[in-house]
Design a protein around this ligand. Structure first.
Ligand code: ZN
Ligand code: ZN
Length: 272
């Protein structure tokens, strides 16, 4: 089966490489039924090119493109909301709740910037203890999930981005899994779908999507829902790793995943 949909992608309006129209044309070429855009909303933590004015331009451009391509593909106007900063997102049709920062000792630490920056953060703020770092991350993630009103949770185990092959910590260690499962369970209890995200595959950091199979199996056991997204920052990456996600989801016991349409979520069977 082909998903033919993606609800998490970025454009030149934030840190993506392509224009919204280039993304839409790539999606139409792949026979997508829907494409959701999720700009990184403005935050005060790091200087970013995104301003509130730029967000307004982004929404206007997507409204224009939605009309231009009506009948060919559904366009959804969303944002990836940064957990640590509360502000008004009511102009958006749907939200992804994600955390890219960890608040520690009054500092905002980047979680997914680079291996070097992460190693430095773990050294300076956690005495080099990656398990303590991951615990702090998942405690924050559980807090996010406990109050989230988003459509779904983005890359719930982003903290493992640089950990391919268990390079820095063992993802089957209870010191990692305990807090990770707690975050996942909090999300499912709140009725929040959890994203399978292939962004780190297209960027060359990982060969598997978030979340790891142990977490996926737990989501399944709890009757939670998943949605497969590429988090593409370029048009060529729109559906990277989707076949692998379908295979993994099936192996973890799922018989369907969610897909975001203009009318809301719909279930897509994984049987064939
Ligand atoms: Zn993200
Ligand atoms: Zn993203």
């Amino acid at each position: 089966m082909k998903l033919r949909s993606n609800a998490h992608c970025h454009t030149v309006y934030c840190d993506g490489k392509n224009t919204p129209e280039e993304m839409i044309l790539a999606a139409i070429e792949r026979d997508f039924v829907s494409l959701g855009f999720s700009i990184h909303g403005w935050t005060p933590y790091e200087p970013t090119p995104v301003t509130l004015e730029r967000e307004a331009d982004y929404r206007a451009e997507l409204r224009r493109l939605r009309e231009k391509y009506r009948g060919q593909i559904e366009i959804l106007i969303g944002a990836e909301r940064e957990f640590l900063y509360e502000r008004d997102y009511s102009a958006y049709e749907y939200l992804i709740d994600s955390a890219h920062f960890l608040l520690r000792d009054g500092e905002c630490l980047y979680i997914d910037w680079s291996q070097e920056r992460t190693a430095d953060n773990v050294e300076r703020h956690f005495g080099g203890d990656y398990y303590a770092y991951c615990r702090a991350y998942f405690e924050q993630e559980a807090e996010l999930c406990a109050k989230s009103s988003a459509a779904f949770i983005g890359h719930i185990d982003l903290v493992s981005k640089f950990n391919e092959g268990n390079k820095y910590f063992d993802e089957s260690d209870p010191r990692y899994l305990g807090p990770a499962l707690e975050a996942v369970e909090t999300a499912v209890r709140r009725g929040l779908p959890i994203e399978m995200n292939t962004g780190a595959i297209s960027r060359g950091y990982r060969t598997t999507p978030y979340p790891n199979p142990t977490l996926l199996k737990r989501i399944r056991e709890l009757n939670g829902e998943i949605i497969i997204n590429s988090d593409a920052h370029a048009a060529k990456h729109l559906d990277v790793g989707f076949d692998l996600c379908v295979e993994l989801a099936r192996a973890c016991g799922f018989d369907h995943v969610l897909r975001l349409r203009a009318s809301g979520f719909e279930e897509v069977g994984l049987e064939d």
